[in-house]
Design a protein around this ligand. Structure first.
Ligand code: BGC
Length: 740
């Protein structure tokens, strides 16, 4: 009995050590010979890969094609992720005999998931800042923290397009528009890669339904793929992304991790991608040969198929050894390229959640919150003698986003209530804050009734939306369907109890402000006319409470703009089905769908208010014709005509109505093709210029399998959102180039 107990304790101790003290393999350039060889001019990553391949056994080559650690790694991963809310480093391809460095994976996108790190606002919030330079600073901070946590491969570049806001992982991406997505994706990846971290863009492709992600077959025609779902991936490839992660789902009847069309024809042949592809985890491939043939290079996080099963397939002659060499070469070349670059700085652990990064997290939250509605109630005046009833349980919880692979564990979180209280105390003002969790509506109403202003916090948490770790891993019919907790949203509206709380509070408190927490569109039509102001605060990161207070009291003038459309009702959008076996993704979604169906959104893509006002004037184009190969310069005057300094997001769309009328080929009514965030003092004005090229007008022709330009008339539209009423318009013509 005693021995049994001792054995059990020893087992538990071993499990604890294995789980919590995982080895940290060096990933600094100095630890490997390749930097010296590069400095001495002894070869290139390509020649080193060839040299290594000539020395490697078949077993060693195959070992490059999956994560290290085998199935046991899952124990460590499971306990850390599910019980401890953090990620261990995940290694792949370490070979000490031949001095081949591993890649060491950290997920994202709201920061580094290994250990403790800075938690930024979720990617969707950052997109709402429409500030690409700010995203570069976030990427720079994340790149440093990736290295400080012993990783050199970053999986936080989630660029799946938001086709529908019910998608659970909407918060991880940058919204519904391919242009906005591409700009932000490139900013993050380039900044991260400056720290010699390999960035991984995911999930290729059309991964935008969570609950059925392991089996759903997404049907999309080629034109839609090329124009809507691929452009931002292509931009990341053009910008030098080191790696791509294939998606779990199927595309047109084939698992993305097995798809020669996606991984070979599009990625490598059409776009010239030279990095390596990894699989999404555990269920990203389902066969030992198909992924190898398609060019899915590394199975993550361990060799379920690309280990023993691949060796057997090799023995049976079911796969050509040349393909193993081809895939291994891609992995080696990319790793050796990055590991042989001189590091721009040291990466000590002090960088993790350091003051500078926390300040940045606050700045990002401030730039990203979107003021949807304001009947002159905001900003609040902190110097007044006043009582604010702050109602809602979300005000006191650490609500940073979902609890899936993007979960970050910061050392501290400033909740909304803590931020507001700290602000009011610091100002030593006459403002009093009374908190109530809002669970008992009648009681909450009494608190609201006695206050001058009521601030309600409503919205979502990780159990409403996010990555669905418990979803069914098998197609329906082949396994028991598990209930989805988190995952895709079951509704675009708030919880019913919250809607009741808002309506009843607004009846007793004429000065009601609603702050919403969530990762994508929330339908407000059931109650928005009852309240004075609505602020979309997102999952605002570890400094969210401080940013929130500074926005409400006007230290910061809100300048966030929606990266998606908010409809009046869910039916106004394209259909969404969380557990479908298959779905058709049509050519339209988001604002292109609303334009097409002539349905007004509640809040348009690009919408957002501030505490000042901007006027647009004098839209001009330098000429009225453009030929292929030329650029047109578009100018517009912008004036801050209000009484406070503030920032505006100037948006440029191209309208296709006229060309469609003349040639009958379907196009969206308009598409975003440029934007710029500009800060102006009260009364200040400026002239902005944008360039349009013939490439901005192109469409994909599936028969010719090429991008083509249609000669005809186009409209340039510039303004403050995608609503036509808010855009100044001018037309111009695309003409044949004089040489053609
Ligand atoms: C997610 C990926 C993530 C991976 C590792 C998977 O479940 O779909 O986005 O990178 O886990 O964290």
């Amino acid at each position: 009995m005693v021995w049994l107990l001792i054995a059990l304790l020893a087992l538990l101790l071993a499990l604890y050590v294995y789980t919590c003290h995982w080895p940290k393999y060096p990933i600094d350039a100095d630890a490997w010979p390749w930097l010296k060889r590069r400095q001495n001019g002894e070869g290139t990553p390509d020649s080193w890969a060839d040299e290594l391949l000539s020395q490697m056994t078949l077993k060693e080559k195959v070992a490059q094609l999956s994560g290290d650690g085998g199935a046991l790694f899952l124990v460590r991963l499971g306990i850390n992720v599910l019980l401890l809310g953090r990620f261990p480093n995940t290694y792949a391809g370490r070979n000490s005999r031949l001095q081949i460095p591993p890649f060491s994976f950290s997920d994202g996108p709201r920061g580094v998931v290994i250990g403790q790190a800075t938690c930024f606002p979720v990617a969707m919030a950052r997109a709402a800042s429409w500030d690409v330079a700010l995203e570069r600073r976030v990427g720079d901070a994340i790149g440093k923290e990736v290295r400080a946590s012993g990783a050199n491969y970053f999986g936080g570049l989630c660029i799946n397009l938001l086709r529908h806001p019910a998608w659970g992982r909407a918060q991880e991406c940058y919204g519904e528009d391919p242009h906005l997505m591409g700009e932000f994706g490139v900013a993050l990846l380039q900044a991260v890669q400056q720290h010699n971290v390999m960035a991984c863009a995911k999930h290729f492709a059309v991964n935008s339904i969570e609950n059925s992600r392991f089996y759903i077959d997404v049907k999309v025609d080629e034109r839609t793929l090329q124009e809507v779902y691929f452009p931002h991936f292509k931009r990341c490839v053009d910008a030098g992304v080191a790696s791509i992660m294939s998606a779990y789902n199927q595309l047109n009847g084939e698992y993305c991790g097995h798809s020669e069309y996606l991984l070979n024809d599009v990625l490598r042949e059409q776009w010239g991608f030279e990095g390596f592809v990894t699989s999404d985890w555990l269920w990203g491939v389902r066969h030992p040969v198909k992924p190898v043939v398609a060019g899915m290079d590394v199975e993550m996080p361990y060799n379920k198929y690309l280990g023993g099963k691949l060796h057997s397939a090799l023995k049976q002659g079911e796969v050509d050894e040349a393909l193993i060499e081809r895939n291994t070469r891609r992995v080696l070349r990319t790793k050796l390229d990055f590991i042989s670059r001189t590091d721009p700085q040291d990466y000590s652990e002090h960088l993790l959640a350091c003051d500078e990064h926390r300040h940045l997290a606050r700045e990002v939250a401030e730039q990203s919150m979107v003021l949807l509605k304001n009947e002159q109630l905001l900003p609040l005046d902190v110097t007044r003698e006043q009582t604010i009833a702050f109602i809602g349980e979300l005000a006191v919880v650490e609500n940073l986003g979902d609890h899936g692979s993007s979960r970050v564990s910061p050392p501290e979180v400033v909740t909304l209530l803590a931020g507001l209280q700290r602000y009011v105390e610091d100002q030593a003002s006459g403002t009093r804050i009374i908190f109530h969790d809002g669970k008992n509506v009648a009681e909450a109403n009494r608190v609201a009734m006695d206050a001058d202003i009521t601030l309600l916090v409503v919205g979502y948490r990780h159990d409403d939306e996010g990555e669905n770790l418990a979803s069914n891993q098998k197609p329906p019919g082949q396994g028991k369907q598990k209930v989805a907790i988190g995952g895709d949203r079951s509704s675009l509206s708030l919880h019913e109890t919250e809607e009741v709380l808002i309506r009843q509070t607004a009846e007793v408190s004429p000065n009601t402000i609603v702050a919403m927490i969530g990762g994508s569109a929330i339908v407000t039509s059931e109650w928005d006319t009852n309240v004075e102001a609505i602020l979309m605060a997102w999952y605002p990161g570890m400094e969210g409470g401080n940013a929130f207070a500074r926005i409400l009291f006007g230290d910061v003038n809100p300048s966030g703009r929606l990266p998606f459309s908010v409809p009046h009702k869910a039916d106004d959008l394209v259909p969404f089905s969380a557990f479908a076996e298959s779905i058709d993704y049509g050519y339209y979604h988001g604002y292109t769908h609303l334009d097409k169906t002539a349905v007004e959104p509640a809040y348009a893509f690009g919408h957002g208010l501030g505490y000042t006002q901007f006027d647009y004037m004098m839209l001009s184009i330098d000429g009225d014709e453009i030929a292929v190969g030329d650029v047109l310069t578009v100018g517009v005057q912008l004036k801050n005509s209000g009484e406070r300094a503030g920032s505006e997001v100037v948006q440029l769309y191209i309208g296709f109505d006229e060309v469609v009328q003349s040639n009958g080929i379907e196009r969206p009514e308009k598409l975003l093709r440029g934007f710029r965030k500009v800060s102006l003092e009260a009364g200040e004005d400026t002239v902005l210029s944008f360039e349009i090229s013939a490439e901005d007008l192109q469409r994909y022709d599936s028969e010719q399998k090429a991008w083509v330009n249609d000669i005809g008339k186009y409209t340039v539209m510039v303004g403050s959102s995608s609503r036509r009423e808010e855009l100044l318009c001018e037309t111009f013509s695309l003409v044949k180039s004089p040489l053609s």
